[in-house]
Design a protein. Structure first.
Lengths: 637, 98, 506
């Protein structure tokens, strides 16, 4: 039972319209008199906030429906159709997209408000809000789109905005390069997505290419094609959600302004891959092998990124690797078919990671764009609100009970354990300990100890209200979001999982209370160990360490970037040069040039006969005539 | 009988060719060409007489008319050539050299 | 009032162009006249486009007059779904050139008029001899425009494109004569009308040779790998308007020719060699796309980019399913608009800076935000971003390619990656980074330039968001065109060896 509601289309349309208006305003005025920042800020926030209220409306109208009827949809128009292919511009709000919708618009609105303060004084203030609105609109299309093709519109749209916002300060070459890298790496994933759509369409798409039709026909998909589709779609997810082997763009993406990192590269866009896998749970549920690969890639990414995170100097890069690592957890969750657990982690992660980034942004602004943690220290007294909120965010990220991250991470680890993926669970517990370690390493170095740069410390000051209020709101979310899905052993009913049930195809594993307690205990122990190591090493004033041996290897991120550069980028450039300098002129064009040359040679050869003297020509004529008459007389005889 | 006429015609024609090929003065070359035309005329008339048919005569008259027109044109060209280079040696005019 | 829209669209530009060449007119007057004529053509083109119904898939706006009865050559015109979009592009894009480039010689505008008329003629002709005549006529103005008004190395470029193309055309002429004779042998009559020739069943090695003759002619024009080597030189040396004409319309007529003539007439040979041709398209796409990255000259880079896109466009024909074919027909116009705008803006940039070397640029977005914005939209369409015109066609082609041959589809899909590599790099070096001192006094688009380019930029977005009105016009004809193939291929037993994804046999 699907209910048609026409306001669905307006949810993404509002921010998109905002982007258009802001963009045109900026284009019209950027070289003359500037429009006031206040106007841009207000206009920029209208769209997201309105979308948030509409998302609430969607959520509550879904709640008002019986469980199996919680599908609101709206087809705006036929986008394109040819032959068996029919792609409507359709939107679907079901429990899954409603959750995504809620936190995307909520976090998005908060970050828009925060940006009013963060971007103060930037020459391209209007452009920033236009891009941010465009991003939110695309993200909402991604979440609301009914069917993979409409989802792909949002998917590419957020990629574009990510590119534009990473390279926002485009005067600096390295920023633009980081944007390029993000776009290109994402495109590699998109290739998988597009091909996956192709296979999916020719498999079961002819009877409707929207989610509900696909879900209804999913059992008609044969196993090999299903595996191919799942893996190709997952390639798309690894691009967008920064998983092995395509994770390399996300740390570089920190070149963008901090609100961008918080919104796009932590809370919303990068979780799109997890959303996609959950969205296609009806496919993955049929192909356990694909899920297995997803889970392993996810957990290995979590491990790798956690290792890198332990060695970073840049406060934003620590958070970036932690994002990659947490995304790995989410994939491990959806990989072991615990889709609701994965999505729940997406949900809680949005709060605490956005919080951490915004708090980091507050620190960065306070220190006039200093991002190296070894230049900070003792900031606890100068930035009390930032410190408190960041501490809450850190506790949530590190998985300290009862903060949000604890419940969601524990749910994933328990699901892995209960579904028999013991090795994945064990790695997960180790990563949890490492997470706690690098989070508190960061917090201790930045806020505790003594100032390392006295002058910067003296000038540091707490951020304005417009920035700290969103921090506080997100901190509240980071504390309480976890209670939404309390498992039975803590006296809850897993409301979140039940809410998502109509959208997902999932079987909750029943491992028994013993396993649950084991999982919880392991997580808590990992947290305690991680924090205590960090406390021992960094709560006292320490200087920047010098890394040796394996640590140096980790500090340089296992030289993966360099490896990619040597193995992929350089050969690619080399082939390009080889083609245009050698193959094109000397191989492909050679026959063409040779034919011209041959003509010229013939000409040179025949030129000898063209002496230019009349009597020579006359002799030719005589000879020709003689031969001709000889032939004629011969043939007459 | 006809053979004699034809033989004379061929001899005249070959003399014309020799003239065209060997002489360097444009004027003489032109006269040699006229000789060749007349050799052809002789042939036409002789064969016409043999067949008791006036076609050959017509052609001969036609050739004469053409030769007259050509002479007018060619003489004008020769005068221009002389004005241009001050000389009528054919070897000077080799603009067609490839 | 009158009904011969197509004839007017063909001959008014050609006759005006010839008159301009012969009469002593000032270049301002020539430009004004050219603009007026091109606006008339735009209005007629719009009328034809809007009035074209397309539900039946057959020809509309037909005109017919016998030219030579004994040889069966006729002056017959018509528009169907295969030609409507290309025709519209050929009709609509030209006024921009007159508006943007005001200071060219009289002959420049005259040649532009002639080439437009000839291209519309080639697109509207339904008699193959008539098509051939227009096909040759449209080459001549290009030769003069490159040779007379081109860059420093214009002579080799002009001669190369002309001789290369004519070599292909002669093969086509020979094949065309063969077709006429074959039809005469089978039916006892002479005719070069499309519907008669495509109804023939051709078999045997001679038919294959004729197929190859046609294919080479079109492959050179498109250009398909490895017949593309005239393109970088010609595109780079040609004046901007000519590059624009070449890339936006003329290359598309090659693609159109394959769909219109080769597919229905040589259905069997086509089906047999489709895989090889598809490989050629994909290899060309990758080859030119990778080569584009190594270029230092913006125009040359975009020339390679254009060739790269043509590879993927051509691939859509060879996949032999309606999605891919519709995608090709759609992409033809999508690419015409995006690449057209890019080349025109390149022309504007070149006029203001006197350079095309990428290293001479940088930070132009700060100096010319509107130009940068327009360029970005066209660039995004060219890399196939959803929401722009470029996505629909590319998506349909790749979708069709998956059915045809997944491996081809995989390589075709790399266009997503290869395209952004050079485009983003170009955009970065030209528009981002710190402003190059050379560009200190670079000014943004003037009002006229902005208003000229704006419709196309809007069209790029509209075609990405609302593609169905366009697809509706082309799809029935595409279906019909493929119906011929599918029947013959089933009979001949040369059905494509693609996988059946429904049953899962990969």
């Amino acid at each position: 039972m699907v209910h048609n509601v026409s306001y669905l289309g307006f949810i993404p349309l509002l921010p998109l319209a905002g982007a258009l208006i802001l963009g045109l305003m900026y284009l019209a005025t950027c070289q003359g008199k500037q429009i006031s920042e206040r106007l841009y800020g207000i206009l920029g926030c209208i769209g997201p906030v309105l979308s948030f209220f509409m998302a609430l409306r969607v959520f509550f109208s879904l709640r008002g429906l019986p469980e199996q009827e919680r599908f609101l949809s709206h087809v705006a128009y036929t986008w394109f159709s040819t032959g068996e292919l029919d792609i409507p511009m359709g939107f679907l709000a079901d429990p899954l997209s409603a959750i995504m919708l809620l936190f995307v618009t909520f976090v998005g609105s908060l970050i828009h408000i925060y940006s009013i303060g963060y971007m103060k004084g930037d020459a391209r203030y209007g452009k920033f809000f236009a891009y941010l609105n465009l991003f939110l609109g695309s993200m909402l299309i991604l979440v609301l789109g009914d069917g993979p093709v409409v989802m792909f519109v949002g998917w590419e749209g957020v990629g574009l905005c990510s590119y534009l916002l990473i390279g926002f300060w485009s005067d600096d070459r390295s920023n633009v390069m980081a944007g390029n890298k993000a776009f290109i790496v994402n495109r590699i994933g998109d290739l998988g997505f597009v091909l996956g759509m192709g296979f999916l369409f020719w498999g079961i798409g002819a009877d409707g290419f929207d989610y509900l039709s696909l879900k209804a026909n999913a059992q008609n998909l044969t196993a090999p094609v299903g595996l191919v589709v799942c893996l190709l779609l997952f390639v798309g997810a690894t691009g967008k959600s920064a998983q092995i082997p395509l994770y390399v763009w996300l740390p570089d993406a920190m070149a963008g302004p901090t609100p961008v990192s918080a919104l796009i590269h932590a809370a919303t866009m990068v979780t799109a891959g997890v959303y996609m896998v959950a969205r296609f749970s009806f496919l993955y549920a049929h192909v356990p092998a694909a899920g297995e690969i997803v889970a392993w890639i996810g957990m290995l990414t979590a491990l790798l990124a956690a290792i890198f995170g332990m060695y970073q100097d840049d406060i934003k890069k620590i958070l970036a690797y932690s994002t990659v690592s947490q995304l790995g957890y989410m994939f491990a969750g959806v990989g072991v078919a615990a889709y609701s657990a994965g999505i729940f982690h997406v949900f809680t992660h949005a709060f605490f990671k956005a919080l951490l980034f915004l708090a980091a942004g507050s620190v960065i602004i306070a220190l006039h764009h200093e991002q190296n943690i070894w230049k900070m220290g003792g900031l606890r007294s100068k930035l009390p609100t930032t410190y408190k909120t960041m501490l809450i965010g850190g506790l949530a990220l590190a998985g300290c009970p009862p903060f949000a991250g604890f419940f969601s991470k524990d749910e994933i680890l328990y699901s892995a354990l209960a579904s028999g993926h013991v090795l994945i669970w064990m790695i997960g517990v180790v990563v949890a300990g490492m997470t706690a370690y690098y989070t508190f390493r960061m917090i201790f170095v930045v806020f505790h100890g003594t100032p390392r740069d006295q002058e910067a410390f003296d000038h540091a000051h707490e951020s304005p209200k417009v920035m700290t209020v969103p921090l506080v709101i997100l901190a509240i979310g980071s504390v309480f979001a976890g209670f939404y899905n309390l498992p039975a052993i803590f006296g809850g009913h897993q409301k979140f999982s039940h809410w998502l049930a109509p959208s997902l195809v999932e079987h909750h594993p029943h491992g028994g209370v013993g396993l649950e307690i084991l999982a919880v205990a392991a997580s808590v122990v990992a947290f305690v160990i991680g924090v205590s190591i960090a406390y021992r090493k960094f709560s006292v004033p320490v200087a920047e360490p010098v890394y040796k041996g394996f640590n140096k290897f980790g500090y340089h991120k296992f030289y993966v970037d360099e490896l990619y550069h040597t193995v992929i980028v350089r050969p690619y450039q080399f082939i390009g040069k080889a083609i245009s300098r050698a193959i094109e002129p000397f191989v492909i064009d050679a026959p063409v040039q040779a034919s011209g040359w041959l003509y010229r040679m013939f000409g040179l050869a025949f030129k000898v006969f063209q002496a230019g003297y009349v009597k020579v020509y006359a002799i030719y004529m005589v000879i020709g005539l003689s031969v001709l008459s000889l032939l004629v007389s011969q043939s007459l005889n | 009988m006809i053979n004699n006429y034809l033989a004379l015609s061929i001899v005249l024609f070959c003399l014309g060719i020799l003239g065209v090929v060997s002489r360097r003065n444009v004027f003489v070359v032109f006269m040699a060409i006229e000789l060749m035309l007349n050799a052809a005329n002789l042939g036409f008339v002789a064969v016409s007489r043999l067949h008791v048919n006036m076609d050959g005569h017509v052609l001969a008259l036609m050739v004469m008319a053409v030769a007259a027109a050509e002479a007018a044109l060619a003489l004008a060209v020769i005068i221009l050539l002389h004005k241009h280079k001050g000389n009528l040696d054919t070897n000077i005019f080799s603009l067609l050299k490839g | 009032m009158f009904e011969n829209y197509l004839s007017i669209m063909i001959f008014v530009p050609i006759l005006t162009g010839l008159a301009l060449l012969l009469l002593p007119v000032s270049r301002e007057a020539a430009r004004a006249l050219g603009l007026a004529v091109s606006v008339i053509v735009v209005l007629l083109g719009l009328k034809v486009f809007v009035a074209y119904d397309g539900a039946s898939g057959g020809f509309e706006f037909t005109e017919h007059a016998v030219v030579n009865e004994s040889l069966g050559i006729a002056y017959s015109l018509g528009v169907d779904g295969i030609s409507i979009l290309v025709l519209a592009a050929a009709a609509l894009l030209f006024p921009m050139v007159y508006l943007l480039f005001a200071t060219r010689a009289k002959g420049y505008y005259a040649n532009l008029l002639i080439v437009q008329g000839a291209m519309i003629g080639a697109l509207a002709a339904t008699d193959m001899v008539l098509f051939y005549v227009f096909w040759e006529v449209m080459l001549l103005p290009i030769f003069f425009m490159i040779g007379l008004y081109g860059g420093p190395r214009r002579f080799p470029a002009a001669i190369k494109i002309t001789i290369y193309t004519i070599a292909g055309s002669l093969l086509m002429l020979a094949s065309l004569i063969y077709l006429g004779i074959a039809y005469h042998d089978q039916s006892g009559q002479w005719s070069f009308a499309m519907e008669n020739l495509s109804a023939m069943s051709l078999a045997g090695p001679t038919a294959t040779l004729a197929f190859i003759g046609f294919m080479i002619a079109f492959a050179i024009k498109i250009p398909l790998f490895p017949f593309h080597t005239w393109l970088p030189d010609a595109y780079t040396e040609a004046p901007t308007a000519t590059t624009f004409v070449l890339s936006a319309v003329m290359a598309k007529i090659g693609v159109y020719g394959v769909i219109r003539f080769v597919v229905p007439v040589f259905d069997e040979s086509f089906a047999r060699y489709a895989l090889i041709l598809a490989c050629s398209g994909v290899v060309g796409m990758m080859y030119c796309g990778i080569a584009a990255l190594a270029q230092k000259d913006m125009k040359r880079m975009l020339a390679f980019s254009s060739a790269s896109h043509m590879g993927i466009i051509a691939l859509g024909i060879f996949c032999m399913n309606v999605q891919a074919l519709t995608g090709t027909l759609y992409q033809i116009v999508a690419h015409a608009t995006s690449t057209g705008v890019i080349f025109l803006m390149l022309g504007i940039i070149e006029e203001r800076t006197d350079t095309r070397t990428i290293d001479d640029f940088g930070g132009m977005a700060a100096k010319a935000p509107v130009l940068a914005f327009f360029f970005a939209v066209a660039m995004l369409a060219s890399v196939g971003l959803p929401g722009t015109s470029g996505f629909i066609g590319e998506f349909l082609i790749i979708l069709g390619a998956v059915k045809f041959n997944p491996l081809i589809a995989l390589f075709a899909g790399t266009t997503l990656i290869i395209g952004v590599c050079y485009m983003l790099w170009l955009f970065q070096r030209v528009f981002f980074e710190t402003t190059n001192p050379r560009l200190e006094h670079f000014r943004d688009l003037t009002a006229v330039e902005m208003l000229t380019l704006l419709p196309i930029v809007i069209l790029i977005i509209v075609m990405g968001v609302f593609p169905q009105p366009f697809i509706k016009k082309i799809e029935p004809s595409a279906q019909q065109q493929l119906a011929a193939i599918s029947t013959t291929t089933h009979i001949a037993g040369t059905a494509q060896a693609g996988p059946n994804l429904k049953t899962g046999e990969l």
